[in-house]
Design a protein around this ligand. Structure first.
Ligand code: NAD
Length: 283
């Protein structure tokens, strides 16, 4: 099955990025959010992102116009009736996503693929909300979507091989590199990245080295573009804590326990960049 028309649910950070890469690759896109305001904000961000590419001479002004012309903003799920694939990128909340997936299935064709961009919710549990769960899959894009090459394709227990294959072809067609992974907390990237950051917080709380030296060590010793503590500040310490809690509970394994200092900093309101204070100060 070839995927030519895509529905994107949510016009936020991830949704408008996903809409942009699909449309830039020549696909028709319907981007749905709850209010006309939210749709307009998403379209404005997307146009701004294309403007920057024009300025850097990565695309022409005509490419930008053609990309925008392929995107229809909407507040009505009924506009998804003829799409081949829906990618749900709404707020990370399980009961909300379960409801959205049911609403999508009620309007799309029986053979349409239904994907979720969730970072932390079980694809198997989300798929179970559908009458035809074999068509459900996780498509985990990375932020910022236009710049990040990877898409993790997560199969739940119910996902059909044909769903994985069509999703893989789609990811390649929009210029991404797919990696297939079975459903499990954190998939591959966050499963490896977040415990490494958590361990850096243990190293820091034990007083083994300063924050700047821990980051310098990982930058120069592992060729990481950014140190783990600076990255924690960027991701948000509240997000980091909730990911570690999902691992700790999901695997029921003490090796994933959040560093006590991480919890303490979240309790203090030190959330990283967004609050102005984390392992570093951002005033
Ligand atoms: P966001 O808050 O920027 O955007 C979410 C959008 O969903 C909002 O515009 C909201 O109005 C909309 N929405 C809420 N309910 C809706 C509904 N019923 N129908 C249509 N739209 C609805 O969030 P985000 O950062 O774009 O995250 C979206 C998803 O992507 C989450 O599942 C998140 O876990 C995942 N994700 C986020 C990142 C990241 O770095 N931000 C990376 C990978 C995956």
């Amino acid at each position: 099955m070839e995927i030519n028309k895509i529905g994107v649910i949510g016009a936020g950070t991830m949704g408008n990025g996903i809409a942009q890469v699909c449309a830039a690759a020549g696909k028709q896109v319907v981007m749905v959010d709850v209010s006309a305001d939210a749709v307009a904000r998403g379209l404005k961000t997307l146009a701004g992102s294309l403007d920057r590419l024009v300025k850097k001479e990565k695309i022409s002004a005509a490419d930008k116009d053609a990309t925008l012309a392929r995107i229809q903003g909407s507040t009505a799920y009924a506009d998804l009736a003829d799409v081949d694939l829906v990618i749900e990128a709404a707020t990370e909340n399980e009961s909300l996503k379960l409801r959205i997936l049911k609403d999508i299935e009620a309007v799309v064709r029986p053979d349409a693929i239904i994907a979720s961009n969730t970072s932390s919710i079980s694809i198997t549990r989300l798929a179970a909300a559908l009458q035809h769960p074999a068509r459900a899959i996780g498509m985990h894009f990375f932020n910022p979507v236009p710049l990040m090459a990877l898409v993790e394709l997560i199969s739940g227990l119910q996902t059909a091989e044909s769903t994985i294959e069509a999703s893989r072809a789609f990811a390649l067609a929009v210029g991404k590199t797919p990696v297939a992974v079975k459903n499990s907390p954190g998939f591959v990237v966050n499963r490896l990245l977040c415990p490494m950051i958590n361990e850096a917080i243990f190293v820091y709380q034990e007083g083994l080295a300063s924050a700047a030296d821990i980051d310098e060590a990982m930058k120069l010793g592992c060729n990481h573009p950014i140190g783990p503590l600076a990255l924690a500040d960027m991701i948000g310490l509240d997000t980091m804590l909730s990911v570690m809690e999902v691992f700790y509970q999901g695997f029921n394994d003490s090796k994933y326990r959040p560093a006590p200092l991480l919890r303490e900093m979240v309790d203090a309101g030190y959330l990283g960049r967004k609050s102005g204070q984390g392992f570093y100060s951002y005033s």
